[in-house]
Unconditional design. Structure first.
Length: 267
């Protein structure tokens, strides 16, 4: 009787292992890793273009001015009223930023309308500084422009989908994925979707993170309001469907087998 029980338990364990194997998805190591064609002798090319994000419509900008005469510069650092085109952002004081309107302009004290869309923050700062110098309003002015709404969104097969606020105004797609807990083993690393709004048009770019060429791609660094979507692999979808279909059958079969073995042992 003891030997029969041991044989029954061994058979049950084998069946349970086999059942679990039905739900295990075979994932290619090559498809689950980044930069497959990088080796110690690979030289990464210079990134094409620049990672400086371009200002767009509906962006909110912080503009600070300093000069040799702080009292004169103070006028340009005061909170602006709603009529001046300024707006508030979450966590900031009312009127703490300048809204880029539908025409791509901001309304700046004294200067009025200043075009901003399409420029980098540094280019806009240079434009405003030149106006101060040309009109002799400030002595040796220093102008700094920063985004107050630099955010990127990570969706799909990542461990922690999230909207990430970027305080440094520079973030790569790899950094963003790291902050979202990385792509799961069921995510398509060779076909990551990047959705970007630029100059009034929405574009979609497919990125292959298995290939080392991403390191020199102009899409390696993200822009404000970019959306990164990681699609699930076919194995993930198939596994979910297979689990729903097979699990009840497997459990029923195991239950029936246990009953039969119990009766055999009793006999």
């Amino acid at each position: 009787m003891t030997q029969e029980l041991k044989n029954r338990n061994a058979l049950l364990n084998t069946l349970l292992v086999a059942a679990c194997a039905l739900f295990a998805s075979c994932v290619s190591t090559k498809n689950a890793t980044y930069f497959n064609n990088v080796n110690n002798d690979t030289a990464v090319q210079r990134i094409a273009g620049t990672f400086e994000p371009a200002i767009q419509q509906n962006d909110i900008l912080q503009i600070t001015v300093s000069s040799l005469n702080p009292q004169e510069a103070m006028l340009y650092n005061l909170p602006n009223s709603a009529s001046s085109g300024a707006t508030a952002v979450s966590g900031a004081a009312p009127g703490a930023g300048f809204l880029v309107d539908a025409a791509g302009n901001i309304q700046y004290p004294v200067f009025g309308s200043v075009h901003a869309a399409g420029l980098s923050t540094q280019s806009l700062a240079d434009t405003i500084r030149r106006r101060f110098v040309d009109r002799q309003l400030l002595v040796d002015p220093v102008v700094n422009v920063r985004f107050l709404n630099f955010r990127v969104t990570l969706l799909g097969e990542v461990s922690k989908p999230a909207v990430i606020t970027v305080t440094s105004e520079k973030i790569s797609i790899m950094e963003a994925l790291g902050m979202a807990g990385d792509i799961t083993v069921y995510g398509k690393r060779d076909n990551v979707m990047l959705i970007r709004d630029k100059e009034g048009a929405r574009t979609v770019k497919r990125l292959n993170l298995n290939d080392a060429s991403i390191l020199s791609s102009p899409y390696y660094y993200l822009q404000p309001n970019d959306i990164v979507y990681v699609e699930p692999t076919k194995s993930k979808v198939a596994q979910a469907d297979r689990s729903r279909q097979i699990l009840p059958v497997v459990l029923s079969g195991l239950s029936l087998l246990v009953i039969i073995l119990d009766r055999l042992v009793i006999k």
